[in-house]
Design a protein around this ligand. Structure first.
Ligand SMILES: [Zn+2]
Length: 352
């Protein structure tokens, strides 16, 4: 994320908090509940170049959030209970549902003990190629290539281009630029081709990221045995579903559920869309998830839940606990619904 965008988000959250506006707005924008999104939960790392840091929070921060939620006037509920409340319009008490995407090993090592300590249910969405050790964590390949080299060459629109990235500010700038460029591709295949080309040129072994960072099936079994844990599907190959043909999108969702069922002996009723923004999950995907019988499917479109989401159970918004903004006061503003209401122009449902 660019520095300017980070500053705008932070100052917006600060304004809503310190003005007290999030309290005044809550009856109108707070909705009936919130789904929170996490990725990595692990201790802070010393590296200065951490372009994916927004995807991680510390165990202490999670501990603080759960302590506060336990004292707040909300119910902490599983995905199944959230689905029941939404579909039965049982909206008397506000609720929060916690979710973790991708199945990193730190979910088991660092997050799970914190959830157990507070007796809070949570869901983990698994892209099955990660425990199968075939996953391509392409955003980490990009980080490694830029982090380990002083300049990077690659093919841009068929032409060989070279970029300097000797110091940390240059690395950050180049990461942002290339990340935005990769995300602008119309197809997932184009993105993967560039990443494989970069990994080959700079000798980054894509497969090591799964081994190092993601739970294997034994670890997932261990996690899934806890009554607090719901295992959800997150496709096979962690693809931006809107950027693949319909039959592939359907197969990605359906296969991931079958592979989890075969490996863990449980059939996921819930799905989250990889990347999950409006370029990755669109009405076609919302329809496919419903046709395949998923009870709910979560995007990363920001927002809280309203009674109207009963009719959009496979297009649910979430609120991300962003590692760049690890302050309890920001979480309070986000959960109040005030920040996302402002970002969404006070529109309650965004499923287009
Ligand atoms: Zn993901």
């Amino acid at each position: 994320m660019t520095g300017l965008k980070k500053t705008i988000i932070r100052s917006g959250l600060e304004t809503l908090y310190f003005s007290g506006a999030h309290h005044l707005m809550r009856p109108f924008v707070g909705g009936i509940g919130v789904i929170l999104t996490l990725h990595h939960v692990r201790p802070p790392r010393p590296e200065r170049f951490q372009p994916n840091r927004l995807l991680e929070v510390t165990p202490d921060f999670l501990d603080g959030v759960l302590s506060w939620l336990r004292r707040a006037d909300v119910d902490l509920v599983s995905l199944d209970e959230m689905w029941r409340r939404l579909s039965e319009s049982d909206v008397g008490r506000r609720f929060v549902t916690l979710t973790i995407d991708d199945g990193y090993r730190d979910t088991l090592q660092w997050a799970h003990p914190v959830f157990k300590k507070h007796d809070v249910p949570f869901a983990v969405y698994i892209p099955t190629s990660f425990p199968d050790r075939l996953g391509e964590l392409w955003w980490l390949v990009l980080e490694a290539v830029i982090g380990r080299n002083e300049s990077v060459s690659l093919l841009v629109d068929g032409k060989e281009r070279s970029f300097e990235c000797a110091d940390v500010p240059e690395k950050r700038r180049l990461f942002d630029e290339l990340y935005l460029w990769l995300r602008s591709f119309k197809t997932e295949q184009e993105l993967r081709d560039v990443i494989r080309d970069l990994a080959g040129r700079y000798r980054v072994d894509i497969s090591t990221f799964c081994d190092e960072l993601c739970m294997n099936w034994d670890e997932l079994n261990q996690l899934a045995a806890d009554r607090l844990v719901t295992i959800g599907a997150h496709t096979v190959n962690h693809v931006m579903l809107a950027k693949v043909p319909e039959r592939s999108a359907r197969a990605e969702m359906e296969m991931s559920r079958s592979v989890i069922e075969a490996s863990l002996g449980l059939r996921p009723d819930h799905l989250s869309y990889p990347v999950g923004d409006a370029t990755s999950a669109r009405p076609r995907e919302f329809r496919l998830a419903a046709e395949l019988g998923f009870k709910t499917a979560a995007t990363t479109r920001p927002g809280v839940l309203f009674p109207e989401h009963r009719d959009y159970l496979t297009a649910l918004p979430r609120v991300s606990l962003n590692g760049e903004h690890q302050q309890l006061r920001y979480v309070r503003v986000l959960i109040s619904g005030a920040a996302t209401a402002v970002w969404n122009g006070f529109r309650r449902v965004d499923a287009a």
